[in-house]
Design a protein around this ligand. Structure first.
Ligand code: PPS
Length: 581
C-alpha cells in the first residue's frame, strides 16, 4: 500500500513539474567543498568584481544564465558575437565575459585559478582560467549592439569602461552575493520553479521591466496573461539598467503597490539581479532565455524591448518591432513561448486602455511619456488617475518632490593652463551671486592636496584621480548639490566613468576648455611646460602624454578667443537654458 501511495505521490509530482524550464546549471559547490575552497581562495590571485561582473556572476552561479558554466572563452565568445551561438551551436546572444586590465592578466600563470570577490573582499567564486584573450571591442559593439555610437549605454560601457583583456573559464561557486534590500522578493531560478510548483502554477508568463509600472503596464500584462491562459510573473531588472532610470528601491515600492491591483492569485513579483546592456533585439532574446531558466513558459515582448532610445543623430537605435521579429524567428529553439504585445494606449472617449493596433479614427488617444511624467512631478502638476494609481503617484512624489532642484556636475576638462580653474571660479561666483544652492568645488590642484594625495601622473593614477572626483561629485549630486570639477582629465575612458557615476543621480555637464596648447604653453604660469620641454618633468599632458579631445562635450570654450568673464557668461547662459540655474 505504502509503495503505491509513494508511486502516486511521485507521479503527481511529475505531472506538476512544468514541461518548460530546461536543465538548470547551478554552479555552487556543496557546502563543505565551498568552505574548503573559500579557505584556499585566500592564497589565489584576487579580483574585485565591478557591479556588472557581480550581476553576471550571480546569474551564472544560480543558473539564470544556464547553460553557461562560466565566463566565455575565445571560441564561444567569437561565435556569440558573430552568430549569437555558443561554439556547440546553442543559441546565446550576449557575450558574458570577465574583463580585466592587462597587468592583472599578465600576472596570471597558465591554468591559474582566481578568487572573484565582492567589493568587501568576500570570495564568491573561483574561476579556473582556461583562456586569456584580447577582444576586438569595436567589432563586438558593431555585432552585438549594431553600432559604435557611444550614446548607446551598452556601447559606452563596452568601449570606455571595459578592460582590454577577457578571461574565460569555468566557475566554482562559494557563496551567493549578499543583498540586504527586498530580500523576500529575491529568488533563484530553483526557488522560483519550486514556488510555481507548490502553488500549482503551470503556465507562467514573465514580464520584464526597468521602469515604474502604470495602468498601461497592468492592462498589457493582464491581457497577455489572459491571452495565453497563464499566471503572471512580474520580474523587473534591478541589477543595473539604463543610466538615469528611476532607482530600483522606488520602483520596487511601486510594483508592490501595483500587485494589489491584479486579481487574487494571479500575479507575483520577483526581482532579477540583471545588468542590462540595452541591446534591443539581442537583449530580448537573452531575457527570454533567462526567464525560461526561471521557470516561465511564456515571455512578453513589447514595443522596443530593451531599447536604449535614440542615437547621436536622433534616430532610434532599433526598429521598435525588431525584438519581436527576432524572437519569433527563434521561438521553437528558445524553449519559451513569446507573447508579442503592442503598446497599450488610453482612449479617453471610451475610458479604457486598448492595444495601439486597435485604435479607431474617432478615438481620443492619451499618453504621458516618461519625460512628461518627470516634468509633472518636478512642477507638482496633476497626474491623472487614468494614467497611474494614486499609491504609485504618492511614492514617485516622495522620491521626486516638486520643485526640488536637480543636482548636477560642471566638469571642466582641458590642458594645464587652459583656464579651467579660473573659469570654474568665475562660474562659481555667478552661481553664488544668483542663488543659495550648495556648491562643492573639486579643483585639480586642490583635489591632489587632499582627496588624491599620494597619486602621481601615471595613467592608472590619473584615472584613479578622476574616478575619485566622479565619486565625490556623484554623492554631492545625489543630495541635490552642484559639483564643480576642474581636473585636466586627459583620458576619455576616465571622463566617461565620471559621467556614468554622476548620471546615476543627476546631470553631467562636460565643458571642454579647448584653449590650444601653444597658448597654454606661452602662459606657462607654473613653469611646468618649460620643465617638461627640458625633460625635467616626464609624462606632461600635451608634451609627452596625450590629451584625448572630448568628442561630444555639452560645451566647448576657448579662453584664447573669449575672456574668462565671457566664457563664464556662456556657461551660465547654457545652464539657464537647460533650467539648471
Ligand atoms: S589629471 O591628469 O586630471 O589627473 O591631472 P590633475 O589632477 O588635474 O592635475 C594637474 C595639475 O598637476 C600639475 N602637474 C601635471 N599636469 C599634467 N601632467 C603632469 N605630468 C603633471 N605634473 C604636475 C599641473 O600643475 C596641473 O595643474 P593645472 O591646474 O591643470 O595647471
Amino acid at each position: 500500500m505504502k509503495a503505491v501511495a509513494a508511486e502516486i505521490a511521485s507521479a503527481e509530482l511529475d505531472a506538476l513539474v512544468p514541461p518548460h524550464g530546461g536543465v538548470l546549471r547551478e554552479l555552487y559547490l556543496p557546502s563543505a567543498e565551498a568552505e574548503a575552497l573559500k579557505r584556499r581562495s585566500a592564497s589565489l590571485p584576487q579580483w574585485t568584481l565591478n557591479q556588472r561582473q557581480l550581476c553576471d556572476l550571480e546569474l551564472l552561479l544560480n543558473g539564470g544564465f544556464s547553460p553557461l558554466q562560466g565566463f566565455l572563452g575565445r571560441t564561444d565568445y567569437d561565435r556569440v558575437v558573430s552568430e549569437m551561438r555558443l561554439a556547440d551551436g546553442t543559441l546565446w546572444p550576449i557575450p558574458i565575459t570577465l574583463d580585466v586590465d592587462e597587468a592583472f592578466a599578465a600576472s596570471l600563470a597558465d591554468g591559474a585559478q582566481i578568487s572573484l570577490n565582492d567589493i568587501q573582499g568576500t570570495p564568491l567564486a573561483v574561476l579556473t582560467v582556461e583562456d586569456v584573450y584580447f577582444p576586438d571591442r569595436i567589432a563586438e559593439a558593431r555585432s552585438v549592439f549594431g553600432t559604435t555610437d557611444r550614446t548607446h549605454p551598452g556601447v559606452a560601457e563596452l568601449l570606455d569602461r571595459t578592460g582590454p583583456v577577457y578571461l574565460g573559464g569555468r566557475l566554482q561557486g562559494i557563496q551567493q552575493p549578499s543583498h540586504y534590500d527586498f530580500t523576500a522578493l529575491r529568488h533563484s531560478p530553483r526557488h522560483l520553479r519550486e514556488w510555481f510548483r507548490q502553488h500549482g502554477w503551470h503556465r507562467i508568463v514573465a514580464f520584464q521591466t526597468r521602469n515604474p509600472m502604470h495602468r498601461a503596464h497592468r492592462e498589457l500584462t493582464l491581457r497577455a496573461a489572459e491571452k495565453v491562459g497563464a499566471k503572471l510573473l512580474i520580474q523587473p531588472s534591478v541589477g543595473r539598467t539604463k543610466p538615469g532610470d528611476v532607482d530600483h528601491y522606488t520602483r520596487v515600492r511601486c510594483y508592490r503597490e501595483l500587485l494589489a491591483h491584479y486579481p487574487p492569485d494571479h500575479a507575483t513579483l520577483s526581482l532579477l539581479p540583471l545588468a542590462m546592456r540595452m541591446g534591443g533585439p539581442r537583449e530580448a532574446l537573452w531575457h527570454a532565455i533567462i526567464r525560461k531558466n526561471y521557470g516561465a513558459s511564456h515571455f512578453i515582448v513589447g514595443r522596443d524591448h530593451a531599447g536604449p532610445g535614440k542615437d547621436a543623430e536622433g534616430k532610434p537605435f532599433y526598429d521598435p518591432y525588431a525584438a519581436q521579429h527576432l524572437l519569433a524567428e527563434h521561438e521553437q529553439e528558445l524553449g519559451i513561448q513569446i507573447v508579442p504585445f503592442p503598446a497599450m494606449v488610453y482612449a479617453a472617449n471610451r475610458d479604457t486602455y486598448l492595444p495601439q493596433t486597435e485604435v479607431a479614427a474617432q478615438d481620443e488617444v492619451r499618453d504621458i511619456s516618461g519625460t512628461e511624467l518627470r516634468r509633472r512631478l518636478h512642477n507638482g502638476e496633476a497626474i491623472p488617475e487614468w494614467f497611474t494609481f494614486p499609491e504609485v503617484v504618492k511614492i514617485l512624489r516622495e522620491r521626486h518632490p516638486a520643485n526640488a532642484p536637480q543636482g548636477y556636475a560642471l566638469f571642466f576638462t582641458g590642458l594645464s593652463g587652459s583656464g579651467k580653474s579660473t573659469l570654474a571660479q568665475a562660474v562659481l561666483a555667478r552661481l553664488l551671486e544668483t542663488g543659495s544652492r550648495p556648491v562643492t568645488v573639486l579643483d585639480g590642484d586642490e583635489v591632489r592636496r587632499h582627496l588624491s594625495k599620494g597619486l602621481g601622473f601615471s595613467r592608472e593614477d590619473r584615472d584613479a584621480n578622476i574616478t575619485r572626483i566622479g565619486y565625490v561629485a556623484s554623492e554631492v549630486i545625489r543630495h541635490g548639490g552642484i559639483a564643480i570639477c576642474a581636473p585636466i582629465a586627459p583620458y576619455a575612458g576616465a571622463r566617461a566613468e565620471a559621467r556614468q557615476l554622476v548620471q546615476a543621480h543627476g546631470r553631467f555637464v562636460e565643458i571642454h576648455v579647448s584653449t590650444p596648447l601653444e597658448v597654454c604653453e606661452s602662459r606657462d604660469r607654473k613653469g611646468l611646460y618649460a620643465a617638461a620641454r627640458a625633460g625635467k618633468i616626464k609624462g606632461f599632458t600635451g608634451i609627452d602624454d596625450p590629451y584625448e579631445i572630448p568628442a561630444s562635450p555639452e560645451l566647448r570654450v576657448d579662453t584664447s578667443q573669449v575672456t574668462v568673464s565671457e566664457a563664464a557668461d556662456r556657461v551660465f547662459a547654457w545652464l539657464r537654458n537647460e533650467g539648471l540655474a
